[in-house]
Structure formats: structure tokens, C-alpha cells
Ligand binder design. Structure first.
Ligand code: C2E
Ligand code: MG
Ligand code: MG
Ligand code: MG
Length: 292
């Protein structure tokens, strides 16, 4: 054991790990300081597969770093989770995104707003209050807000998560399970939650490139069948090609999200983009296939 920990120590001081450690320290320090003012939200369209209409957007956070440029959430959210900074960040996101959705609705563009919530928020027990304050301050109807949770965030402390989600559900807030198919949680546990939507992880759609499309289609159709039995809706993530789109439509998914249908974009650009899509008839599925 001593030997192996000796070897581990060498790895610990390898340059790339030192870089990583330095980065973590920078993130932890900056997120406690003014970096929260440098966070920006991009919005990705969520599209109905029956009509091709945009039904809502998912809010995705980015860090506009003064030297390193626009950073993806993967580069800083795990540190924010560890330090607990994810809580004030999510609180800010809830305020920002509900305010934005209410402003769009007043302007004739009502879109359901999905926000990703971390497991840490359940253990901090402030989620209910944070959501409530955001809804009150923005005036957004509760049923226009969707909270996205991953299987793992729920599995960490299922009873605590269940209690808080039940309260939120009573307000009218919707709950979605994100990245379905990547975790190992018990289905019974998952489906005892008050969920309205299941988001099928993009790795399952991308699997069509590795295994035969027939296999992937059958797996997707089985998942969709499960959601129908439970009376919930399904969203296919990571639709990048017309082939992916065909696959998930055939499987009977209700909604889809992906680069083919629309990239995440800043609020102002999304506003313009939706106007342009509406000028062209509003059917994103048709536009995607015709290359428009
Ligand atoms: P997620 O919630 O599953 O979000 C979907 C991710 O897939 C986003 O990555 C999105 O940009 C990306 N994506 C969308 N369409 C496609 C596609 O067609 N192909 C591919 N390859 N990717 C696509 P992003 O923005 O980098 O976010 C990554 C993850 O970080 C999110 O996964 C979510 O778990 C987390 N995250 C993002 N924003 C927040 C946030 O505000 N709060 C929390 N707690 N987590 C967040
Ligand atoms: Mg999500
Ligand atoms: Mg996802
Ligand atoms: Mg994800």
C-alpha cells in the first residue's frame, strides 16, 4: 500500500495535475469573489416533435472569463459544487432566468424555462425558498418553470429530495429527470418522484452510430413506452443530424433538443432567432431536414 501511495504521489505532482489543482484554486477563489458577475446564461430551444414548434428553452450557464474566454460549465461547476458556491450561483440563475422568461412572455414569446439544479441544493434545504422567491419576484407562473435534476442528484438523499420536490410540485413547478440512461439509480426510486418529464441522454441517441439503428430505435421506443405508462413526457437530447431526428420521431419522443434544431445562445440572440423561425413558419423539424 505504501508503495502504491508513493506512486500516486508522483502522479499528484505531474504538471497536468498541478495545472488542474491551480485551476481549481483559481475557480474556488474567483467564484467567491466577483466571478459570479461574469456568469452568463445561454438558452437552448426545446422543440415539440409533433409540430416542430419551440416549446421552451433550457438555461445553460457559462463563465465569461476575462482572460480565458467563454468557459463551459464543465470547467467550473464541479468546483462550485465542492465549495458550495453552486447554491448562490443557482439562486442567481433562478432569478435571472425567471425574470427573462417573464419578460419574454410579456413580449408575446411565452417559453417554458428549464433550469438545472444540483444535488447540493437539496442538502442545503434552500431550494424551495429560492424557487419561491424567484417566482414571486419575476411574476412567472410556476408551471412555466422546469427544474432539471440528474439521477445521481436525487439518489444522494432520496427522501430529502422527494420531500422538497413534492412541495415544489404543489406550487405547480415542473420536474424533469436529466441525462436518463447514464446513472444507475433504481427505477422505482426515480419514478416515485413527482416528475413530469424524462430527458433521454444524448449518449443513447449517439449509440445509433455504433450499434444498428434498429437496436437503438427499439431501446428508445421502449423508454418512450415507459414514459407513456407513467404519464410523463420524453425529451431526446443531442439531436445533431437529420438521422437522429428521424430516429427519435419514429421512437415516439415528445420533445427534442440538439444542435440540429438550435444551439444554446444568448438571450438577445434567442429572441431574434425565434422571430426569424416564426417568419419561416415555425416548424423547426421541417426546417432542420430541409437544411433551412
Ligand atoms: P445538460 O443539462 O444535460 O445540458 C445539455 C448539454 O448538452 C449542454 O452542455 C448543451 O450545450 C449540450 N448540447 C446541446 N445540444 C447538443 C448536441 O446536439 N450535441 C452535443 N454533443 N451536445 C449538445 P453544456 O452547456 O456544456 O452543459 C453541460 C452540463 O453542465 C449540463 O448538462 C448540466 O448538467 C450542467 N449545467 C449547465 N448549466 C448548468 C446550470 O446552470 N446549473 C447546473 N447545476 N448545472 C448546469
Ligand atoms: Mg439539463
Ligand atoms: Mg442532459
Ligand atoms: Mg448532462
Amino acid at each position: 500500500a505504501a508503495k502504491s501511495s508513493g506512486r500516486d504521489r508522483v502522479h499528484l505532482f505531474s504538471p497536468s495535475l498541478r495545472e488542474a489543482a491551480r485551476w481549481r484554486l483559481e475557480v474556488a477563489t474567483k467564484l467567491r469573489g466577483d466571478a459570479i458577475d461574469q456568469l452568463v446564461v445561454h438558452y437552448q430551444p426545446v422543440v415539440r416533435l409533433d409540430t416542430g414548434q419551440i416549446e421552451g428553452v433550457e438555461a445553460l450557464v457559462r463563465w465569461q472569463h476575462p482572460e480565458r474566454g467563454l468557459l463551459s460549465p464543465d470547467t467550473f461547476l464541479s468546483v462550485a459544487e465542492e465549495t458550495g458556491q453552486i447554491i448562490p450561483i443557482t439562486r442567481w440563475l433562478l432569478r435571472e432566468t425567471t425574470r427573462r422568461a417573464a419578460e419574454w412572455a410579456a413580449d408575446g414569446m411565452a417559453l417554458r424555462m428549464s433550469v438545472n439544479v444540483s444535488a447540493r441544493h437539496f442538502s442545503a434545504e434552500t431550494l424551495v425558498r429560492d424557487v419561491r422567491v424567484a417566482l414571486q419576484q419575476s411574476g412567472l407562473p410556476a408551471d412555466q418553470l422546469v427544474l432539471e435534476l440528474t439521477e445521481t442528484s436525487v439518489a444522494e438523499d432520496p427522501t430529502r429530495a422527494e420531500d422538497q420536490l413534492a412541495v415544489l410540485r404543489r406550487f405547480g413547478v415542473r420536474v424533469a429527470i436529466d441525462d436518463f440512461g447514464t446513472g444507475w439509480s433504481s427505477l422505482a426510486q426515480l419514478f416515485s418522484l413527482p416528475i413530469g418529464t424524462l430527458k433521454i441522454d444524448r449518449s443513447l441517441i449517439a449509440a445509433a452510430e455504433r450499434v444498428s439503428v434498429g437496436d437503438t430505435g427499439a431501446v428508445l421506443a421502449a423508454i418512450v413506452g415507459l414514459t407513456r405508462t407513467l404519464g410523463i413526457r420524453s425529451v431526446a437530447e443531442g439531436i445533431e443530424t437529420p438521422e437522429h431526428l428521424r430516429l427519435v420521431r419514429e421512437a415516439g419522443c415528445d420533445l427534442a433538443q440538439g444542435w440540429l434544431l438550435g444551439h444554446p445562445m444568448p438571450a438577445d440572440r434567442l429572441r431574434e432567432w425565434v422571430r426569424e423561425v416564426q417568419r419561416q413558419g415555425g416548424d423547426l423539424c421541417a426546417m432542420a431536414v430541409s437544411g433551412g
